[in-house]
Design a protein around this ligand. Structure first.
Ligand SMILES: [Zn+2]
Length: 460
């Protein structure tokens, strides 16, 4: 067939060029991505380094010497690794100290209740608080039973649906209970699965509502108390907490770089948070997030990849009980936020990776999907819309495209914020895949000719 119309010829040529350029990023980088993936899957360096860090320093709550010692260790090791511009950037962080604590059912029979005070909670009086328990299944159930709440310990026995929904009771339960006259709040631990392990986490007060102590008990004991009450028993609990909030203390966001060869001022930033709760060893949440980004950078260096833009790996501080690290990063780097081409965070555990969640423009999403197709061979190429991460949130809000590593999250909330968050819960091969996934995306974004289109410029 001969085509006579020049307009039609031009249209066909344009479509052809478009389909070519639609393939370009993935095609251009397929060889590099395969080298990165192959090399990452050959070793267990990430797991080993996470084990060393978390077993040397233990858990790392903001304001503790352990956190600062871990940061010093990261700085030393990053320098040994040959990263550039290795440094800690000062951040003032809140300091909450758990102290001695316990909970005991004293009626209808004596039984110890494994518990963890919620981060930020006030203490009980030294003799503790002993009171009858009012069990509720939701905030609206509390409202319905409000006239019975005065002088009671309110127990929120709310089964896990998803984290975002169920965590509301941990975060806001104390305020809701205090509003109706309760003297303390207990929450069923936020988890879909339990071996009688309590889960801590942050809670907050409202300046207009009286502060009452708040703690988590196990799923098993929340259900036990609920059933006892349903059988008509009067259940009484003694809660003792000696937690304290001290003045803010200095901590640091820790970081190192591979400086870009052509556009060193443009930055791909990625990492996780170096702080943790004060239980377990903060391996899954979120030592693993810091280590996979760090290992990704080490891997790129070892393979001799120097991208055109700078890749910066960051361990943000104080994600758990303040979010000050992410805010301080934004403030310290405000002048270069426009030159941050992409931010990637890993804070959902470093289990088998699936891809990323994304916050940014649809045009950037299309490009990221092409890039991520290079990860299909390890089933980590899925990009879904919505969500990136708490630590990159402040710069994503200023228009930086943001990715959050997504993983098989089946077991994440089993161990989250518990004594069981230890490195043995993670698999070296899964972690190696996370390294590959982070390295491929960071490298492409740092090296490709294109820049991810920003939401702010699109909507203008
Ligand atoms: Zn975390």
């Amino acid at each position: 067939m001969r085509i006579r119309s020049p307009a039609l010829v031009a249209l066909i040529a344009l479509a052809f060029v478009r389909s070519l350029s639609a393939q370009t990023v993935a095609d251009r980088y397929r060889g590099d991505a395969n080298r990165i993936i192959d090399a990452a899957l050959r070793d267990s360096a990430a797991w080993n380094r996470l084990a060393e860090m978390t077993e040397t320093f233990g858990n790392r709550l903001s304001g503790t010497p352990a956190l600062e010692q871990a940061i010093d260790w990261v700085i030393g090791r990053m320098k040994q690794d040959g990263l550039q511009n290795v440094r800690g950037e000062r951040v003032m962080v809140p300091v909450w100290v758990r102290g001695e604590e316990s909970a005991e059912m004293v009626r209808p029979r004596a039984q110890n209740l494994p518990m963890l005070g919620l981060g930020g909670s006030i203490a009980t009086p030294p003799e503790g608080i002993t009171a009858d328990v009012l069990v509720v299944g939701s905030f609206s159930d509390l409202t319905a039973k409000a006239t019975h709440a005065s002088g009671k310990i309110v127990l929120f026995d709310v089964p896990f649906t998803n984290y975002g929904e169920t965590v509301q009771y941990r975060a806001r339960g104390a305020v809701a209970a205090a509003k109706v006259g309760a003297v303390a709040a207990l929450v069923r631990s936020v988890t879909p699965y339990s071996q009688r392990t309590p889960h801590t986490g942050a809670m907050s007060y409202d300046s207009s509502v009286r502060r009452i102590p708040a703690a988590a008990i196990t799923v098993e004991d929340a259900e036990l108390i609920h059933r006892l009450v349903d059988r008509g028993e009067r259940v009484r609990v003694k809660l003792m907490m000696s937690s304290k909030t001290l003045p803010d203390a200095p901590s640091r966001n820790v970081m190192g770089e591979i400086v870009g060869s052509e556009k060193p001022d443009e930055v791909v930033v990625f990492g996780g948070h170096i702080d943790s709760w004060d239980v377990g060893r903060g391996a899954m949440d979120d030592g693993g997030g810091v280590v996979v980004a760090w290992e990704a950078v080490r891997l790129l260096k070892r393979l001799g990849f120097t991208p055109k833009r700078t890749i910066r790996v960051v361990g943000w501080t104080n994600e758990e009980n303040g979010g000050r690290g992410g805010q301080a990063y934004r403030d310290a780097h405000r002048a270069e936020v426009d030159r941050h081409v992409l931010a990637i965070e890993s804070d959902g555990g470093v289990f088998k990776p699936q891809g990323f969640s994304f916050t940014g423009s649809d045009a950037a999403l299309d490009m990221l999907k092409q890039m991520a197709s290079l990860l299909d061979r390890i089933d980590a190429g899925t990009i879904v819309k919505g969500g990136a991460g708490a630590d990159i949130g402040p710069i994503v809000a200023l228009g930086v495209p943001g990715l959050g590593l997504t993983v098989d999250g089946t077991k994440y909330f089993w161990y989250h914020h518990t004594e069981a968050d230890t490195v043995d819960k993670l698999d070296p091969n899964d972690m190696a895949r996370c390294v590959a996934t982070m390295a491929v995306m960071a490298y492409l974004a740092a090296d490709m000719a294109e820049t991810l289109p920003r939401a702010s410029t699109e909507t203008r």
